[in-house]
Design a protein around this ligand. Structure first.
Ligand code: HEC
Length: 130
């Protein structure tokens, strides 16, 4: 009986570890790349002249908001830039969860990703682009 209990405790521990638990920044770059291709690339790796074009995200973690010089950001983004807001892992997590809730008035037409582990993966991938 005790052996079974010990075994299931270990199973729970492994499960928590694999699912990311509450650990921060434990994202997986490969999964993040797959999620980026699925949800972000159509805008953020735009073809020339694409009307949905979005700013490039290389180096975005640690970069000031609205820093791509030849990109025309929304007024909502320019206001954050004027406040000297900088992208961090923490605020990117919140932004990706609900862009239009986090920065009302943004023209990023994206509903957001609720799953925390997928947002961690995306941030790990974005960091790898630095
Ligand atoms: C439908 C097109 C579209 C999709 C899909 C999209 N974005 Fe965006 N994104 C934009 C646009 C447009 C902006 C500029 C927003 C503004 O000026 O209000 C932006 C801005 C950003 C910024 C801020 C860049 C900066 O220079 O300050 C980040 C970070 C970002 N997006 C991440 C993502 C991630 C991660 C995904 C996928 C989960 C994603 N976006 C999906 C269009 C999109």
């Amino acid at each position: 009986m005790r052996a079974i209990l010990r075994h299931s405790a270990r199973a729970i521990f492994v499960f928590l570890t694999l699912s990311g638990g509450t650990a921060f920044g434990a994202g997986n770059i490969d999964k993040g790349e797959a999620a980026f291709r699925q949800y972000c690339a159509q805008c953020h790796i735009p073809l020339p002249g694409d009307p949905l074009a979005a700013p490039k995200l290389d180096g975005v973690v640690g970069r000031p908001v609205a820093a791509v010089s030849d990109y025309r950001y929304s007024d909502a983004f320019l206001a954050r830039k004027a406040e000297a807001m900088v992208w961090t892992e923490e605020n990117l997590r919140d932004f990706i969860r609900g862009p239009r809730e986090y920065i009302p008035g943004t023209v990023m037409q994206f509903v957001g990703i609720k799953r925390g582990s997928m947002r961690d993966d995306l941030i790990a991938y974005l960091k790898s682009l630095d």
